[in-house]
Design a protein around this ligand. Structure first.
Ligand code: ATP
Ligand code: MG
Length: 258
């Protein structure tokens, strides 16, 4: 089931460098929230604190609280590997497992988590490739390498791989930045469908994309290079793009930033 995210007072460090400071927000289940803001303001860092990927970076450290419904992701005894299964992630550059076939890419996660009959695996592959709008393009070459697909197809394969573990939240860090406009629209259509099943957070530098895909938009900013990034405001996307509360948001979305 898609879950609600509640973040309170989240601060993240790389060693002694404070990258983001005191961020609080909530994200409704089965919604799409876009993160926008200038380079270096901590969008990716914040995203990675939502599935305990930040602490994988040497020196990576987090203060504050992230709740997924009633579960504290940083609570004692919580297994970060399990958290990453529950909160899936899609990266900027499509990263299919290069030596694996399309079929094996999709079942990589489920196969780690349990034992399945061949017919069940076939079903997982078909269901998730259909869900990623990729099935028709690859159904006749499921056992060919994932690396042989186009960039947009590879990204949809990565989305199928992420959804195959049935996460409750899907985090996407600039998933379209390496893609052409047609593939980008395919991913945006897909996001619109996926939100009926998942809670989705997407980082994007493309304002039109944020406006097209999300219900809520969060604007992050940093006062100066070297200072920590902050959440300036989060509101309905329509409102952020028409009548934001903060001058800094207005300046950024109208291109007057800097
Ligand atoms: N692995 C790392 N080690 C040390 N500092 C890092 C690391 N990754 C990011 N940072 C620093 O943390 C801050 C936030 O970076 P982050 O990548 O989260 O920004 P961003 O908003 O995602 O930027 P972009 O839009 O360019 O992707 C920056 O000051 C950056 O230099
Ligand atoms: Mg980033």
């Amino acid at each position: 089931m898609a879950k609600r995210i509640d973040v309170t007072g989240l601060t993240a460090y790389y060693g002694t460098h404070k990258a983001i400071d005191d961020i609080s927000m909530h994200v409704e289940p089965k919604s799409v929230t876009a993160f926008i803001g200038p380079s270096g303001c901590g969008k990716s860092t914040f995203l990675r604190t939502l599935n305990r990927m930040h602490e994988v970076t040497p020196g990576g450290r987090v203060e504050g609280r992230v709740m997924l419904d009633n579960e504290d992701l940083y609570g004692p005894g919580v297994d970060p590997v399990q958290v990453r299964r529950t909160v899936g992630m899609v990266f900027q550059r499509p990263n299919p497992f290069p030596t694996m076939s399309i079929y094996e890419n999709v079942i990589a996660g489920p196969r780690l988590n349990g034992s399945y009959k061949k017919s069940e695996l076939d079903d997982i592959v078909e269901r998730n490739l259909r869900g990623a709008n990729l099935w028709n393009e690859v159904k006749d070459r499921l056992h060919k390498p994932g690396a042989g697909l186009s960039g947009g197809q590879q990204q949809r394969l990565c989305i199928a791989r992420a959804t195959a573990v049935e996460p409750e939240v899907l985090l996407m860090d600039e998933p379209c930045s390496a893609l052409d406009p047609i593939s980008t629209l395919a991913i945006e259509d897909l996001i619109a469908q996926l939100k009926s099943r998942f809670t989705i957070v997407i980082v994007t530098h493309n304002m039109q994309q944020a406006a097209r895909v999300s219900e809520r938009t969060a604007f992050f900013n940093l006062e100066a290079v070297g200072r920590p990034g902050k959440l300036i405001e989060i509101d309905d996307t329509d409102r952020i793009f028409s009548n934001p509360s903060e001058q800094a948001t207005e300046d950024y979305i109208s291109g007057r930033f800097g």
